[in-house]
Design a protein around this ligand. Structure first.
Ligand SMILES: O=C(O)C(=O)C[C@H](O)[C@H](O)COP(=O)(O)O
Length: 206
């Protein structure tokens, strides 16, 4: 069994919400990161869904107080690219043995996605015990997480997918949920800095 990855717990407890970010235009990256950090959300997940995502990771990593990771990491080539860009942690919507082995071997903190008992068991076998519960609402919501968390008392979860400012407190009340992920704090388009800072402040207070 591989040693558990150090560090992901610290990242998951920096704030109650990890913004899930889709950067469509590189000019949006820095003001968005500044607004989120100013509002009290330092830990930022930049998804590899857009052409400028790697450049966005580089640019946002230079924002004071930002702790930037890469999301939607699906394979080893992407792992290498995001590490080169300065990503400090990795999030994936799922968990495969090959990706898990590569990320654990690299030593970077890792939050793999799980939605079933079998996937949690695969992660535990690899020495992982912190997971993204994805897609959280579509997989059955909080009742599903409660049922899954029952037999896996050693596991912690960051539910992500369909979570909003009004549903986040319910998820966060679960003892195995140190944080949730969500895109609601980082809407697409040219960042409205005042609005995003206010949403981040509210999220940080949850
Ligand atoms: O892109 C990824 O890497 C993902 O795994 C999925 C995202 O985390 C969720 O799609 C965010 O969900 P919403 O907050 O409902 O927008």
């Amino acid at each position: 069994m591989t040693k558990p990855v150090d560090g992901i717990r610290t990242i998951m407890t920096m704030a109650p919400v990890i913004p899930v970010i889709v950067v469509e235009e590189i000019a949006h990256a820095v003001p968005l990161a500044q607004a989120l950090v100013a509002g009290g959300l330092p830990c930022l997940e930049v998804t590899l869904r857009t052409a400028c995502a790697i450049d966005a990771i580089k640019a946002m990593s230079r924002v004071e107080g930002a702790f930037v990771g890469a999301g939607t990491v699906l394979n080893e080539a992407q792992l290498a690219a995001v590490q080169e860009a300065g990503a400090r942690f990795i999030v994936s919507p799922g968990l495969t043995p090959s990706l898990g082995k590569a990320i654990i071997g690299s030593g970077i903190p890792f939050l793999p996605g799980v939605a079933t008992a079998t996937e949690i068991m695969l992660g535990l076998d690899m020495g992982l015990d912190h997971f993204k519960f994805f897609p959280a609402e579509a997989s059955g919501g909080l009742p599903a997480l409660k049922a899954l968390a029952g037999p896996f008392t050693q596991a912690s979860f960051c539910p992500t997918g369909g979570i909003t400012a009004s549903t986040a407190p319910g998820w966060l009340s679960h003892p195995q949920v140190p944080c949730v992920g969500g895109s609601w704090v980082a809407p697409a388009g040219l960042p409205d800095v005042a609005r995003i800072t206010a949403m981040a402040q509210h999220a940080a207070s949850l």
